[in-house]
Structure formats: C-alpha cells, structure tokens
Design a protein around this ligand. Structure first.
Ligand SMILES: [Zn+2]
Ligand SMILES: [Zn+2]
Length: 109
C-alpha cells in the first residue's frame, strides 16, 4: 500500500452524507455538513493513527495572520485533539451556522 494521499470523497460516519473532494485540490478531512472528522492522523495529514474514532468539533479558533478559521476536533474514542482548516470557498463549503455556534460556545465558556 502506498502512502500517497488520494483526494477522494467519503461518506460521513456521523451524518451519513456523501462528501466530495475539495475542488482546490487540498485534502478534505472533515464533513462540511456536521463538521465531524475521523481520527486517522497523528500529525495533520500523515494518516499514521489507527484509532479510527469519530472526532467531534468542539471549538473554532480564528488566526488572522495565519490560516484563518480553524476547527478544533476531539476524538470521542481516545481524546486526541487536532486542528483543521475550515473549507470556506468550495462547492461543498463548511456549514457556517455550525461554525458560528461553535465560536459562541468558545467565548461563553
Ligand atoms: Zn457529517
Ligand atoms: Zn482517537
């Protein structure tokens, strides 16, 4: 098995919807509808973890000078946390209402 990254779609294990690959060629690692991800990386993009647990979106951080909006995910199986860049300009953009809710959670708690 090669370690080549394949830019393919997937079916979300949380909401069951079909997710298309990103049109700009970067790797889509979370569902744009419910924002859930899957624990497959130790470091972002390396696909080195064999946990496979669902990762719940727990917060949003805005980095003005770096990567813009980033989603914080926490694995429901092992508790691993990771950051993912929000996909904003795509045919299937991330659900911005959910992102706003997460931002409010972050500031209220
Ligand atoms: Zn989903
Ligand atoms: Zn995990």
């Amino acid at each position: 098995m090669s370690k080549k990254r394949e830019n393919v779609g997937f079916v979300c294990e949380n909401c069951g919807r079909e997710v298309k690959p990103l049109s700009n060629g970067s790797y889509r690692n979370h569902c744009p509808f419910c924002l859930y991800s899957k624990h497959v990386d130790c470091l972002p993009g390396d696909r080195a973890s064999d946990c496979g647990g669902l990762m719940k979106p727990v917060g949003v951080i805005y980095k003005p000078n770096k990567k813009g909006y980033q989603l914080k995910h926490r694995c429901l199986r092992c508790g691993h946390e990771g950051m993912n860049i929000v996909a904003a300009e795509d045919e299937q953009s991330d659900n911005f209402d959910l992102i706003l809710q997460l931002m409010q959670n972050e500031t209220n708690s």
